[in-house]
Design a protein around this ligand. Structure first.
Ligand code: HEM
Length: 157
């Protein structure tokens, strides 16, 4: 059906913008920021860029979640959540839940305040921790992308 093909295309578009952005922040932005000498400049630069990306990530998270649940429902794929060989379905939902909680709950409630305070007191340790967390999230996301693409095109795990 046309609607399903469009939903799948929007799902992948959202994933590309979202996970691609996470990859950019992790592999390009954070290493560049960590090389800056002035701690104040470091925080201001990171905030300006990551702040803009946070809105893109929020919008794409909503798009990916909406299209993902739509596809699961119209194709009646709920049974897959009871079958461990469809681990990549669980992984998609898990990645989505982790990012949604970070972007919509933790960040506005306390994470942003913690970052500003911690970056002022311990800039090196704070950016090291943030980079490590980004690597973990990026790695899990990429494994999920590979698993979901291969799995939804017929690879049996
Ligand atoms: C609420 C969360 C999500 C749900 C319910 C969901 C659901 C789905 C469904 C039903 C499909 C089609 C499966 C099939 O054709 O057999 C799919 C495909 C896919 N999803 Fe998700 N997804 C979610 C989040 C994510 C996330 C966070 C990622 C990336 C990290 C992702 C990446 C993909 C990819 C790469 C495909 C394969 C597209 C293709 O090759 O055609 N999804 N998803």
């Amino acid at each position: 059906m046309n609607e399903d093909a469009i939903a799948r295309a929007l799902h992948v578009l959202g994933v590309v913008l979202w996970i691609g952005g996470v990859a950019f922040v992790t592999t390009v932005l954070l290493p560049a920021v960590r090389r800056m000498k002035d701690p104040e400049e470091r925080v201001a630069f990171f905030e300006a860029i990551e702040g803009r990306f946070a809105w893109q990530a929020r919008a794409t998270t909503l798009l990916v979640g909406a299209t993902g649940f739509y596809l699961t429902d119209v194709w009646d794929l709920w049974y897959r959540f009871l079958d461990p060989s469809f681990w990549w379905m669980h992984a998609m939902v898990a990645v989505w839940v982790v990012f949604s909680v970070m972007l919509f709950v933790a960040e506005p409630l306390f994470l942003h305040r913690w970052f500003l305070r911690s970056a002022e007191m311990r800039p090196e340790a704070t950016f090291r921790l943030i980079q490590r967390m980004h690597w973990v999230l990026l790695a899990i996301s990429l494994v999920t992308v590979v698993g979901a693409t291969a799995g939804s095109h017929g690879l049996m795990f």
